[in-house]
Ligand binder design. Structure first.
Ligand SMILES: [Zn+2]
Length: 75
C-alpha cells in the first residue's frame, strides 16, 4: 500500500504585511517607514499597523517633504 505524501506547503504563515498608505503596496513592518509629515506620525511596531509607507514612497514623497520643511525651518 502506497502512501502519497502531499507536499506540505506552509499555508499558515502569519500574514503580517502592512499596506503602504500612499500606493497600497504590501511591505513587512520592518521595511515600512513613518510617513510624517505628509501623513500622521506612525511609530514602528513589529505588528501590522496602519499609516506606514513603503521605501519607494518614503524616498519619493516623505523625504522631499521633510527636506522642504527643513528648508523652511519648520522642524
Ligand atoms: Zn508606497
Amino acid at each position: 500500500m502506497k502512501t502519497i505524501i502531499k507536499n506540505q506547503l506552509n499555508t499558515n504563515k502569519t500574514e503580517r504585511y502592512d499596506t503602504c498608505c500612499f500606493c497600497g503596496a504590501k511591505m513587512l513592518p520592518e521595511e515600512s517607514h513613518n510617513p510624517y509629515p505628509v501623513k500622521p506620525y506612525s511609530f514602528f511596531t513589529t505588528e501590522v499597523v496602519e499609516g506606514r509607507c513603503c521605501s519607494m514612497c518614503n524616498q519619493s514623497i516623505v523625504l522631499p517633504a521633510r527636506k522642504e520643511k527643513l528648508r523652511r525651518g519648520e522642524f
